[in-house]
Design a protein. Structure first.
Length: 283
């Protein structure tokens, strides 16, 4: 079940008082525990209500009122979205939370509605279909796409050239002989051990992935597109859609660089690499 865990506002938070360094450090450590446990999906702090507003609905009329709002006990200063097995589990985690204020404070836990709660109303399933389409759309809007270049043994030379002439900025670089997982025997031609297995560089505001590939068959072998998707369910859906009529080069699986990674060539001949970011916990 999903729950929203709300940190209620206090006089201090409404006055715009920022937390102490000690409290920030303690809350950061608590959030790390939540992420490591696979519970935390989202979390943010909110500015005081004097920087916000409310919209009151009365029939077709809309009335906007500006903060601050006086009902401090009804205001929220921050929130998390957690995926837990039960309300009791959420309660136990909240008990472990540092006091989020430098004064007495309250944290409220509220379960989120799931589509199953509306089965009786949504008898034909149309609302569920609409919600699923919206969920997929939102997940893909947040996906990150990168071009992946394969230089067939000339990656180092290409990087040096782009750094000299295009102001390329090199990020991480991993060679085959530095791989945490051993490279399968016979995968690489002789002398390829020190070639680039994977690297990332930036030109302007574009981040590009690159590799020497696994063979020396010319100055430039081609490219693929990499999609980084935060949702495992959405990643699996997209991978299956691209594989329909295409071919799977590497089935989705855990790797040392991603909790879930795979390669697929779609029916139009475009090669795709799909991956979950490292901080994502597969279901």
């Amino acid at each position: 079940m999903k729950v929203m865990v709300m940190v209620k506002a206090s006089k201090g938070s409404e006055a715009g008082e920022l937390p102490s360094q000690e409290l920030l450090t303690a809350m950061g450590a608590f959030n790390e525990r939540l992420v490591e446990a696979g519970i935390m999906q989202e979390g943010e702090g909110l500015k005081p209500s004097n920087e916000g507003c409310r919209v009151h609905f009365r029939g077709s009329e809309r009335e906007v009122s500006r903060g601050p709002f006086v009902e401090t006990n009804e205001l929220v200063a921050g929130y998390w979205i957690w995926q837990v097995d039960s309300l009791q589990e959420a309660i136990e985690w909240v008990k472990k939370c540092p006091n989020p204020m430098d004064e007495d404070s309250d944290i409220e836990i509220r379960p989120l509605y799931e589509m199953e709660d509306f089965d009786e109303i949504d008898s034909d399933g149309k609302v569920r279909e609409q919600e699923e389409a919206l969920r997929q759309n939102m997940a893909m809007q947040q996906a990150q796409a990168n071009c992946y270049l394969y230089f067939s043994g000339d990656c180092d030379a290409a990087l040096a050239y782009y750094q000299q002439h295009l102001g390329a900025r090199l990020g991480m670089l991993l060679r085959f002989n530095e791989s945490p997982d051993p490279v399968p025997e016979g995968m690489l031609p002789e002398g390829f051990d020190e070639k680039v297995m994977h690297c990332e560089f930036t030109i302007g505001n574009m981040t590009i992935f690159a590799s020497d590939g696994c063979a020396d068959d010319g100055p430039f072998a081609g490219f693929s597109l990499t999609l980084t998707i935060d949702s495992e369910d959405e990643l699996r859906r997209v991978f299956a859609a691209l594989a329909d009529g295409g071919s799977v080069g590497m089935a989705l699986d855990k790797t040392f660089w991603s909790p879930l990674y795979g390669q697929v060539t779609d029916k139009f001949g475009v090669i795709w690499s799909l991956m979950l970011p490292e901080q994502t916990n597969p279901a």
